[in-house]
Design a protein around this ligand. Structure first.
Ligand code: PLP
Length: 353
């Protein structure tokens, strides 16, 4: 087990990312993308797992197209991806223009101003373009594009982003039709529409390049991916104290759990400051050997109690794995699979197997 960026002092909680699972998820997504190339969204520090480490492993798996949100992220990732292509999804603020022109990463132009600025300052360098086909978040409208706004630009990838691909929603088909229409009017080397969930919608949505993020990191965006996507992130915390409580005793802030019988508890060194948010109060769980250990009471800032009657051996200093399969943890906590990963805090010792 290779440990990267080991902290000088001991950390009582750790986040272990599984390199083989990451690569296997990318390969499944690449197969599901058919003849389209399969890229990888490594924005937001690869959804919290570590952008450089994730990008290196994805490159080794064969990925040659990466996506980040900002230029700070681009500068971090570029050295890890050799000759691969990197797109910066937010385009650029005027403060970023010079570094964008000097960079081997491409800006994704989203606004009329970005297009004009790139035309003036971009020295004919390649760019990507985002068309908004209905999410109403980022991108040029069909009307923006109709007047020849993009003529003469060296567009590598023309892209759009799906709003509801994780559901069977009529907007999916409407966005597909609008994207095809835009693709017929704008000259670009490649077309790209699908995120993780969009890949599951089938070949019509794949075009030349797909852009999965969540499913690389163990998220299951739609039923089609269930059973094919492996868990990547595992979180473990050490037991700080074991204690016995009696019938009628309460646990934690605001006494939201009251024991009906004598119980054994283990108090874990993890809390909402670590991204194990309060939604797991009285609903999360840990696994110890084969035994389930439910979270009891409220998750507090740095500590969480679990019931360990079924694990008589678990004691101070033992490492306990919280259940963190993303679809299950999303149901337990009420958080989205995206939030579960991206809120994990800074106190973990992060390592890759
Ligand atoms: C984040 C993002 C993706 C990846 O989406 P997932 O749902 O995580 O697969 C793809 N494209 C764009 C434009 C994004 O912002």
């Amino acid at each position: 087990m290779a440990s990267i960026a080991a902290p000088v002092t001991h950390s009582p909680l750790r986040l272990t990312a599984d390199s083989a699972a990451l690569a296997a998820n990318w390969r499944w997504l690449a197969r599901a993308s058919g003849s389209a190339a399969c890229g990888a969204a490594v924005k937001a520090n690869a959804y919290g797992l570590g952008a450089v480490e994730a990008a290196k492993r994805l490159y080794e798996a064969g990925c040659r197209d990466f996506f980040v949100a900002t230029w700070a992220e681009a500068e971090e990732v570029l050295p890890a991806i050799g000759d691969a292509s990197l797109s910066v999804l937010h385009g650029f603020a005027s403060e970023d223009l010079q570094r964008a022109v000097a960079s081997s990463a491409r800006p994704v132009l989203n606004t009329v101003r970005q297009v004009q600025a790139w035309r003036e300052a971009g020295q004919g360098r390649p760019c990507d373009v985002m068309i908004d086909t209905g999410i109403n978040r980022l991108g040029l409208s069909a009307t923006d594009v109709a007047g020849g706004l993009l003529d003469g630009l060296a567009i590598d990838t023309l892209m759009s982003h799906l709003a509801c691909a994780d559901e069977d929603h009529p907007l999916n088909g409407r966005q597909l039709a609008a994207f095809r229409d835009a693709a017929g009017r704008v000259g670009a080397k490649r077309l790209s529409l699908a995120n993780s969930a969009g890949i599951c919608l089938g070949a019509d949505y794949a075009f030349d390049l797909t852009r999965p993020g969540l499913a690389l990191y163990g998220g299951v965006p739609r039923g089609e991916a269930a059973g094919h996507i492996a868990q990547v992130a595992r979180i473990e915390a050490q037991v700080v104290q074991r204690r016995r409580i009696g019938a009628g005793d309460s646990v934690g802030y605001n006494a939201t759990f009251i024991a009906e019988r004598p119980m054994e508890l283990a108090i874990l060194n993890i809390g909402y400051a670590d991204g194990y948010l309060r939604g797991f109060s009285n609903s999360g769980s840990a696994s110890i050997g084969g035994a389930q250990a439910p979270v009891v009471g409220r998750v507090s800032m740095d500590l969480t109690a679990i019931a360990v009657d079924a694990a008589p051996e678990a004691g101070e200093g033992d490492w306990i794995a919280l259940d963190f399969d993303l679809p299950d943890a999303a149901r337990q906590s009420g958080l989205s699979q995206y939030e579960l990963l991206t809120v994990l805090g800074r106190r973990y010792q992060r390592r890759w197997t």
